[in-house]
Design a protein around this ligand. Structure first.
Ligand SMILES: [Zn+2]
Length: 103
């Protein structure tokens, strides 16, 4: 049976693995955390007027910031962000703590 000490040691280990995974995920993402934070702020303001169930606002943001549609849109979709309101609802939740930590 695992002692309290052992459980604590395992928990720390798991935390380290999660942190390492997050670091790797940040390194591999096709958009910087700074741009991602700006995108969420922009969507926050714009989606209030309604979402037409396309990533219209996101696409316009990528264009105006010279960011790649081809790599970023599929990456957002992988995380459940198929339109502007979903990107805000599903993708922001995943990254908001990293954005506030890293920017
Ligand atoms: Zn939508």
């Amino acid at each position: 049976m695992a002692s309290k000490e052992e459980k604590r040691r395992r928990a720390a280990l798991v935390q380290a693995i999660v942190a390492e995974d997050t670091k790797k995920a940040i390194e591999e993402m096709p958009i910087s955390l700074v741009h991602l934070g700006q995108l969420f702020d922009h969507l926050d303001e714009q989606v209030e007027n309604g979402c037409d169930h396309t990533p219209r606002i996101t696409t316009a943001f990528l264009t105006s910031n010279n960011l790649s549609h081809d790599s970023i849109l599929p990456w957002l979709q992988e995380q459940g962000g198929f339109c502007d309101c979903e990107i805000l609802a599903n993708v922001e939740e995943i990254w908001e703590s990293e954005i506030s930590k890293n920017t």
